[in-house]
Design a protein around this ligand. Structure first.
Ligand code: BTN
Length: 230
C-alpha cells in the first residue's frame, strides 16, 4: 500500500511557487506525500518554461513531494485531476485538464529522479473569475466557477484521487486517459508538424498521423489543437 499523500502539509498565504517550496523541502529530507499549498503564488511555474497565473485566493495551488512514483506519472495525475473535476473533464495529452476545450487545470511534474524525488505541481481554477484572468487567457482558460470556499474540498478530492491513480496499474491509467482523450481524431500541430491525433498507445505515447503521411509516437512535449475551420 502506497504511503498516504497530503501529510505533512504546509499552507502558505503567499509564496513564489509551491513547487519551488516542495523542491526545497525535498532537498531538506521531507517525507513522501508532503503537500505544499498556497493562496497566492508570485512566480507560479508552468510547463515549457511558462508562468502559471492565478489571482490570489481563487485557485487550488498545490505541490506534492513524491519519493516513489509510477512510470506514467503525468498521465496518472491527469486521470486523477480530471476525475476530481467531474464527468465532463477531458485530458489534452499529456496532462492538461479541459472543460469544453478550455484549460481548467495544469500539471507540472519535475524533479531529480536520481536524487529520489519528484514534485507534482497542480493548479486548478476552482474560483477563478474570468475578469481576473489576464486578457490573453480569457479565451483559453476555464474555471469551475465555484466560490473560494470550494478550494479546500477540491483539494481533498484531488488528493484522494491521486492516492488511487498513482498506484493504479499502467493499463488502467492509459484506459482512463483514453476515455477522456480531448485530442482523439483532431488536427494537432507541434513544431513545424501538423497531423491528426490517433489516440494513446499502451505506453502512454500520443500517436499522430502526420499530414505528410508518416506517423509519430510522441512520448513528451506539447501539442496544440488546430482551431476548427469556421
Ligand atoms: C501547466 O503549464 O500546465 C502546468 C501548470 C502547473 C501550475 C501549478 S500551480 C501549483 C504548482 N506550483 C507551481 O509553480 N506550478 C504548479
Amino acid at each position: 500500500m502506497t504511503p498516504s499523500l497530503g501529510t505533512p502539509r504546509v499552507h502558505l498565504r503567499r509564496v513564489d511557487s509551491t513547487s519551488q517550496r516542495a523542491r526545497d523541502l525535498a532537498a531538506a529530507g521531507a517525507p513522501h506525500g508532503t503537500l505544499v499549498t498556497a493562496a497566492e503564488q508570485t512566480a507560479g511555474r508552468g510547463r515549457q518554461g511558462r508562468n502559471w497565473v492565478a489571482a490570489p485566493g481563487q485557485a487550488l495551488l498545490m505541490s506534492l513531494l513524491l519519493r516513489e512514483w509510477p512510470a506514467l506519472l503525468p498521465l496518472a495525475a491527469a486521470a486523477a485531476v480530471a476525475e476530481a473535476v467531474g464527468e465532463t473533464a477531458m485530458i489534452k495529452w499529456p496532462n492538461d485538464v479541459l472543460l469544453f476545450d478550455r484549460k481548467v487545470a495544469g500539471i507540472l511534474a519535475e524533479g531529480r529522479p536520481q536524487a529520489g524525488w519528484m514534485v507534482l505541481g497542480i493548479g486548478l481554477n476552482v474560483a477563478v473569475r474570468r475578469e481576473d484572468l489576464p486578457v490573453e487567457l480569457r479565451n483559453t482558460a476555464a474555471t469551475l466557477g465555484l466560490p473560494p470556499s470550494a478550494i479546500e474540498p477540491n483539494l481533498a478530492r484531488v488528493v484522494e484521487r491521486l492516492q488511487r491513480w498513482l498506484s493504479a496499474p499502467p493499463a488502467a491509467v492509459v484506459a482512463a486517459v483514453r476515455a477522456r482523450d480531448a485530442l482523439a481524431g483532431r488536427e494537432v500541430r507541434y513544431g513545424d508538424v501538423t497531423g491528426r491525433a490517433r489516440g494513446i498507445d499502451d505506453h502512454g505515447r500520443l500517436l499522430v498521423l502526420r499530414a505528410d503521411g508518416g506517423e509519430d509516437l510522441l512520448d513528451a512535449g506539447e501539442v496544440h489543437l488546430t482551431p476548427a475551420a469556421p
